[in-house]
Structure formats: structure tokens, C-alpha cells
Ligand binder design. Structure first.
Ligand code: ATP
Length: 360
């Protein structure tokens, strides 16, 4: 079994605390993705799991065994880095077999494993080449292959695709997903790319400034973000945030007016009591606007740039000093226009207080 358990993991560098007590249970065979902005501590958390960084306090278990003080090589993990770290003077085949040969693994078994990995990753025809004779995607495949031959209990990936161009990144993303299905091994993957997180993960861990903000399945985070930070991080293009003020309250409900257009008012259910006059933020995803007249309020925006992609359009617009993105079916916005009126559906709207706490 290769489940992972992090309890109260803290990391300090010098006097400075970087990870503030992380708790996470990863199930055997699960694909978990750590996401968050630069510097939030994703890599540090992964490196502690790998054993490349000491754990300041807290307990890390892999497969039911406390491994805080176990050497990286004895943790049953293999790590794939952003830089492929292949040996330039060795062939692909030698790169793949290097670790096993160093460990004195029997020759026949090493050959069998290397052949098997080459088949899985479709690099059999590249075995005699050296890294500099490979494309970026092929090199990354060899790097992943080097991790697979070790038959680890857990794979750790640290932004493995960030050096690849956009097209290759999508292709490798699908390959990693396929690999996970095929191998069924526990995988932990670090990225700052929310699309990678959404498409690869069974569960996503969203980090901010050393704290876990939310853990959940991709669509749960999309539908039900815990706070404004997660709401803004999950989904592409990003959720729009518009400043608003509470103008009236009723039990369990609040009527809000947009700061940039006081005529746009929306009545929303709220979980906690809120006072009239409170400053709030309305959240609405670009894809959730509806036709004018069919929502719970209409909103007229000034079109800045319209991108027509054939099946859909992205409208970059402004309302007063605020910017927003609206995604609409092509037929609704074709042609040159200066303004656009769309409907705001209350049931797709989020509401946050001044501190980013979710009110609805
Ligand atoms: P990125 O996406 O930019 O790689 P990250 O979320 O992976 O960011 P980390 O690399 O884990 O972030 O860094 C978290 C914080 O810890 C940062 O503020 C970083 O400056 C700090 N940090 C990382 N390594 C060290 C170190 N060896 N000594 C001191 N501070 C460090």
C-alpha cells in the first residue's frame, strides 16, 4: 500500500516559517495535485515528502510507516523534475537502466524493466540516442521513464511540463494521465497551472502562503470554492470579481448593488447575517452570464476587445473602473459593437466579504 499521510507538517527556513502545519491524507493510487501561486510552498512540501528537505515538525507517513528520518532512496518514491536531469553522455537505454545497475539489480531484470518502460512510453526506437539528439518532449518522456523503472510506490512530479511548449504540454499531460491509469500508482504533482491541475487531479490541494486553503475534486472546487482566493484560482478564464455594497437585507437574503452601476441590483441568499452598507464582492464566472432579460439582473458593459474563436467569444469589457471577461456563444456577439448587455443569474453568483470569505 502506498497511501500518504501528512500531519501538522511545519517547515521553517532559519527563523522563517514557510509551511504552517499541513494536514493531508492521500489514498493509495490517488492522483493529487498541489497548486498555488509562486512561492506558496508547493515545492517545499513536495521536497519534504521526497526527503530532499528536513521536516521541521509534524509527521509524514508513506505506506503506514513514519518516514521523517528515512533516507530519500529508502522511501519508495521516485521524483520527476522540471529540468530533466538526464546524463548527457549516456544513451536513453543507459539513462533508463542507470539507477538499477548502480543498485546491483540483476541484469536480466533490469533489461526486462527497461524494455517494458520503453514500450509504455513509446520510446523503444530512441534507445540508442543520447539526450541531445532528442526533442524536449522525448527527453521528458525519458525522465519519466527513469522514474518508472524503479517501480516506486509513489511518484512525485515537480512542474514536469513547464519547460515544454504549449502543444507538447497538452500532449504530455494526456500521457501522464494515461500513465496513471495504466500504472495505478499514487502520484503527487506540483504545478502553478490550474488547467493541469483540473485535468490531471483526482483531488487538488490549493495552497496560499504556506496554508492549505482547500482540498477537493476539481469540479467541487469549481462549483463550491471555499473562499475568494480558491474561486479566483480555479477556472479559466478566471472568475470575475465586481465590487458591490449591501443595500438591503432580509432574513437569509441580501440585496446588493454594484459599485460601478448602482442600478444593477441582485438579491442573493446568504448563509450568515450581513449588515446593510457592508462592502462585498460579487463573483461570476465568464461562462455563466446569460442573455439579457433572462437572468436576475442585467448588466451593460463597454466592450474593450472581442475575441471571436468560432464556437465561442471572449469579450474583454469594462464597467466603470472594473474589468471583466464574458464568454458568450459566437452568435450572440458577432459584429462590431461598443456595448453588450448580458444577464446575471443569481444561482450562478458568488458573494464574498471584504476579507474574501464566502457569504454565498
Ligand atoms: P514556485 O511555483 O515559484 O516554484 P513554490 O510554491 O514551489 O513556488 P517554494 O519553492 O516551496 O514555493 O518556496 C516557498 C517559500 O520558501 C518561498 O518564499 C521561498 O523563497 C522559500 N524558500 C524555499 N527554499 C528556501 C531555502 N532553501 N531557504 C530559504 N527560503 C526558502
Amino acid at each position: 500500500m502506498a497511501e500518504l499521510s501528512l500531519s501538522n507538517i511545519v517547515k521553517r527556513f532559519g527563523g522563517f516559517e514557510i509551511i504552517h502545519g499541513a494536514n493531508l491524507e492521500v489514498k493509495d493510487g490517488e492522483f493529487v495535485v498541489f497548486v498555488g501561486p509562486s512561492g506558496c510552498g508547493k515545492s517545499t512540501l513536495l521536497r519534504m515528502i521526497a526527503g530532499l528537505e528536513d521536516i521541521t515538525s509534524g509527521e509524514l507517513q508513506i505506506g503506514g510507516r513514519v518516514v521523517n528520518d528515512v533516507e530519500p532512496a529508502d522511501r519508495g518514491i521516485a521524483m520527476v523534475f522540471q529540468s530533466y536531469a538526464l546524463y548527457p553522455h549516456l544513451t536513453v537505454e543507459e539513462n533508463l537502466s542507470f539507477g538499477l545497475r548502480m543498485n546491483g539489480n540483476p541484469k536480466a531484470d533490469t533489461e526486462r524493466r527497461v524494455r517494458h518502460v520503453a514500450e509504455i512510453l513509446q520510446i523503444t526506437e530512441l534507445m540508442k540516442r543520447r539526450p541531445k539528439q532528442l526533442s524536449g518532449g522525448q527527453r521528458q518522456r525519458v525522465a519519466i521513464g527513469r522514474a518508472i523503472v524503479r517501480e516506486p510506490q509513489v511518484f512525485l512530479f515537480d512542474e514536469p511540463l513547464s519547460n515544454l511548449d504549449a502543444e507538447l504540454r497538452v500532449q504530455m499531460r494526456v500521457e501522464i494521465s494515461r500513465l496513471h491509469k495504466k500504472l495505478g500508482t499514487t502520484m503527487i504533482y506540483v504545478t502553478h497551472d490550474q488547467t493541469e491541475a483540473m485535468t490531471l487531479a483526482d483531488r487538488i490541494v490549493v495552497l496560499r502562503a504556506g496554508n492549505i486553503e482547500q482540498i477537493g475534486a476539481p469540479l467541487d472546487l469549481y462549483d463550491d470554492p471555499a473562499n475568494q482566493f480558491v474561486a479566483g484560482f480555479v477556472g479559466s478564464p478566471k472568475m470575475n470579481f465586481l465590487k458591490a455594497v449591501v443595500v438591503d437585507t432580509q432574513p437569509g437574503r441580501a440585496v446588493i448593488a454594484l459599485e460601478s452601476d448602482a442600478n444593477t441590483r441582485l438579491k442573493l441568499p446568504v448563509a450568515d447575517p450581513i449588515e446593510a452598507g457592508a462592502k462585498v464582492t460579487l463573483g461570476i464566472r465568464p461562462e455563466h452570464f446569460v442573455d439579457a432579460g433572462t437572468g436576475d439582473a442585467d448588466l451593460t458593459v463597454t466592450i474593450d476587445v472581442a475575441e471571436h474563436l468560432g464556437n465561442t467569444s471572449y469579450i474583454y469589457a469594462t464597467i466603470g473602473p472594473e474589468q471583466l471577461i464574458i464568454e458568450r456563444p459566437e452568435s450572440r456577439v458577432a459584429g462590431n459593437r461598443e456595448t453588450l448587455t448580458v444577464g446575471l443569474p443569481a444561482n450562478r453568483s458568488f458573494l464574498f466579504d471584504g476579507a474574501g470569505k464566502r457569504l454565498r
